[in-house]
Design a protein around this ligand. Structure first.
Ligand SMILES: Cc1cc2nc3c(=O)[nH]c(=O)nc-3n(C[C@H](O)[C@H](O)[C@H](O)COP(=O)(O)OP(=O)(O)OC[C@H]3O[C@@H](n4cnc5c(N)ncnc54)[C@H](O)[C@@H]3O)c2cc1C
Length: 446
């Protein structure tokens, strides 16, 4: 008889994992706290749209969903930077044709659930909130619709129940489980730029828009319906902060001063500002992710990261791929499979968590800074001229499946190379291979 796997959390990682496990022939139960989002047009929570890039696409390709998802996606080839005075500056993300893709979180989750539902060996349970887990016995207890409690048994449990996972909470009471969570002093609020007449995009469609303002920023991602989801990231406290915006006139004055070109495009700004919640941003780290061969964690449950590299979902999908591969390699040795998985993923999850925090400073402060822009231009040129020898950290994170830790380390080396070139004023000689290749090969240490 097939082994039984209970997956707790039917968000992005959980629904993808259920499909991978069903393909391996296991009997899968997927439990989701919320109602079935295919029937109830509920918000998927968190952000409305997400940037999907190479890692996420590769995972979707494995279950045959990549093309379907890309039909509804909007490629964003670069950042459009909006200054306070309304000037616009465009920075490509990668080489020609390379793009990150704006996709709807709700639609992506629905498409994954629909595919999962088509498998005979997957049972979906909605309105099933996990309230307890007995790891040794493989039992998980749920509060079902109407408040009744039900316990389900299984051979393995995977916790994909997000940043505030109940499954992880259970691991916290086991011996030598390390855990930390830290909130950024910055929160976020979603706002909207609606479409013009005939679903017209009111700004450049194929770009991620950023209004960098130092300690705070607004970004906007396009949606297929012609609107943009804007997110204002700003400190909770301080001179320019959410705590200072109490009245409609506070908000109006703030937006008029900081984002003057966006205001005319935001007719429902005041209503949206006071209706939509201000949410917080957390980084969660823990280890071990697994308890023997009985239970493991994946996605945000194992490593919630802040959204400034657009990698949380991409990383979670990559977790699923690695977990699936380890199960394929070591089954029926679940201890080994879970252990190999966590050992491969933990350093990479830590790396992307660090990179995501660092990227807040880059997006909010540096993208408008002349020295930084110059460095980026040199970097971009090096990527173009020396594609086999020089890759930017952004390219490695976003457009490759090179482990995040390697991308992080490479970024430090790139900084040395760029510093050497700029300090020695070699910008005009980047084409000179005899001069530049040794700088790259010697990692800027000449
Ligand atoms: C503002 C913002 C913007 C983001 N932008 C991007 C981006 O552009 N690109 C990117 O790659 N990532 C982005 N992310 C990160 C991304 O949203 C997450 O990394 C991703 O959703 C993780 O997937 P998951 O399945 O692990 O968790 P989730 O998507 O959170 O899913 C967890 C699921 O578990 C369910 N659940 C929770 N508790 C229980 C319980 N006790 N019992 C049963 N079910 C439960 C929840 O209802 C949910 O459906 C962003 C995040 C935020 C906050």
């Amino acid at each position: 008889m097939a082994e039984k796997i209970n997956i707790i959390g039917g968000g992005l990682a959980g629904s993808l994992l259920s499909i991978c496990m069903a393909k391996r022939g296991f009997e899968v139960n997927l439990f989701e706290r919320r109602p079935d989002m295919r029937k109830n047009r509920i918000s998927a929570g968190k952000s409305i749209n997400l940037a999907l890039s190479t890692r996420g696409l590769k995972a979707l390709e494995q279950v045959g969903l990549d093309k379907e998802i890309m039909k509804e996606a909007i490629p964003m080839y670069g950042r459009t930077i909006h200054s306070r005075t309304g000037e616009i500056n465009y920075q490509p993300y990668g080489k020609e044709g390379q793009a990150i893709n704006s996709v709807s979180r709700g639609l992506l989750n629905i498409q994954l659930l629909e595919l999962a539902d088509a498998y005979e060996n997957i049972t979906l349970h909605f309105n099933a909130k996990c309230i307890d887990v007995n790891i040794e016995q493989g039992l998980a207890t749920f509060e079902m619709e109407g408040g009744t409690k039900k316990t389900f048994s299984s051979d393995r449990i995977v916790g994909t129940d997000g940043a505030f996972a109940a499954t992880r909470a259970r691991l916290q009471s086991t011996d030598r489980f390390n855990y930390s969570q830290s909130y950024l002093p910055v929160g976020y609020k979603e706002l909207i730029i609606p479409p013009g007449q005939g679903a017209k995009f009111m700004m450049e469609k194929n770009a991620l828009h950023i209004w960098p303002r130092g300690a705070f920023m607004m970004i906007a991602l396009p949606n297929p319906s012609g609107d943009y989801t804007c997110t204002l990231f700003m400190p909770f406290e301080g001179e320019k902060s959410f705590s200072k915006l109490h009245t409609e006139s506070d908000v109006k004055q703030f937006f008029d001063e900081e984002f003057p070109d966006a205001v005319p495009l935001m007719p429902s700004l005041l209503k949206d500002f006071f209706t939509n919640p201000t949410s917080s941003l957390v980084t969660v780290r823990c280890y071990p992710w697994s308890n023997g061969g009985r239970l493991t964690l994946a996605g945000d449950a194992a490593h919630a990261v802040v959204p400034f590299f657009g990698q949380g979902m991409n990383c979670s999908f990559e977790d699923v791929m690695v977990l699936d591969e380890c199960i394929g390699n070591y089954y029926p040795n679940w201890n080994k499979a879970f252990d190999e998985y966590q050992k491969q993923r933990k350093p990479n999850a830590d790396a992307i968590a660090d990179l995501a925090i660092a990227n807040y400073t880059e997006m909010a402060e540096k993208v408008g800074d002349k020295v930084f822009l110059h460095k980026k231009q040199v970097e971009h040129k090096l990527c173009e001229l020396y594609p086999n020898d020089f890759k930017s950290q952004y390219e490695l994170v976003t457009f490759s499946t090179v482990p995040y830790k390697q991308a992080q380390d490479r970024g430090l080396v790139n900084d040395l190379i760029l510093a050497y070139i700029i300090d020695h004023k070699l910008e005009e000689q980047l084409h000179n291979r005899e001069l530049i290749l040794p700088v790259i090969k010697n990692k800027g240490m000449m």
